[in-house]
Design a protein around this ligand. Structure first.
Ligand SMILES: [Fe+2]
Length: 271
């Protein structure tokens, strides 16, 4: 799976987050404005680009930006782990939701809905699961597009979110642990990309699965969700709430490939 963001996307997100204009960035990069705009658009670094000055201006880590530019991709994939599935749907934009379940009780929890109900039902039927919970990472449309059909099909499903518009009983609380059979699910507030951004931590998946973090768009493999209005908050929350997790933790983002905390500490230019 391709990374969600190329080097140009990363640079543009940092520049917009910091409120720096393209002219200033072009100057630091030692490019004319047209070539700089091309760089943001297609992500190809020309030889003449002053990556280190540009990174300094944008608060990015220069050597990590070079790692992304050289074509880094994560090594981990979810196939070897039991009782967790990534479900991808695409309506012009691809988005992932995730389904986890307990081996014995077959109780399951869904994280976001993606664009459509059908592929979720397919996994539920394949494994004979009972869908009990829906955890929402944030209420951007692509992540909750199938919410209404899911609630119609599973009228007793328990919703969990950090949306201020949700009724109190559906709201996440930092100390609350939701049990799904043997699985333990807790939440962390990760606003920035979205005001109601939440990250969910899943503990006790069967061995060899380490802890899993369902992060929505807070962080991607090699990048992070756009946060032009709350850039510093977004970075701060990723650092304190996500990158502080044990390094073997698997990061499951809403877009692009899955990765680990260890990998992101090594390659993510924003951190
Ligand atoms: Fe989003």
């Amino acid at each position: 799976m391709e990374l969600e963001d190329h080097v140009g996307d990363i640079i543009a997100k940092a520049r917009k987050g910091l409120g720096i204009n393209a002219g200033q960035a072009a100057e630091a990069a030692n490019l004319n404005l047209m070539n700089y705009s091309q760089l943001e658009k297609n992500g190809s670094l020309e030889h003449a680009t002053n990556v280190s000055e540009l990174s300094k201006l944008l608060g990015l880590t220069s050597n990590k930006l070079s790692i992304i530019a050289s074509g880094w991709t994560p090594v981990i994939n979810l196939y070897k782990y039991k009782n967790i599935k990534q479900i991808s749907t695409n309506e012009g934009m691809e988005v992932h939701c995730y389904l986890v379940w307990d081996q014995e009780t077959l109780e399951s929890a869904l994280f976001d809905t993606g664009w459509s109900l059908e592929p979720i039902i397919e996994v539920i039927n394949t494994y004979g699961l009972q869908l009990k919970h829906l955890f929402i990472t944030h209420t951007h449309h692509d992540h909750i597009a199938a919410l209404t059909p899911i609630r119609k099909k599973f009228p007793n499903i328990e919703l969990h979110s950090s949306s201020p518009n949700a009724p109190e009983r559906q709201r996440n609380h930092p100390k609350k642990i939701i049990k799904v059979g043997k699985l333990h699910i807790s939440s962390r507030e990760t606003p920035g990309h979205a005001d109601d951004g939440a990250t969910y931590i899943i503990d006790n998946l069967p061995s060899p699965s380490p802890r899993v973090a369902i992060v929505g768009d807070a962080i991607f493999a090699g990048s992070m969700g756009g946060a032009s209005n709350h850039y510093e908050l977004a970075r701060e929350k990723v650092l304190s709430e996500i990158l502080s997790l044990p390094e073997e933790t698997i990061i499951c983002p809403g877009h692009g490939p899955i990765t680990t905390i260890r990998e992101q500490q090594l390659v993510n230019p924003f951190f």
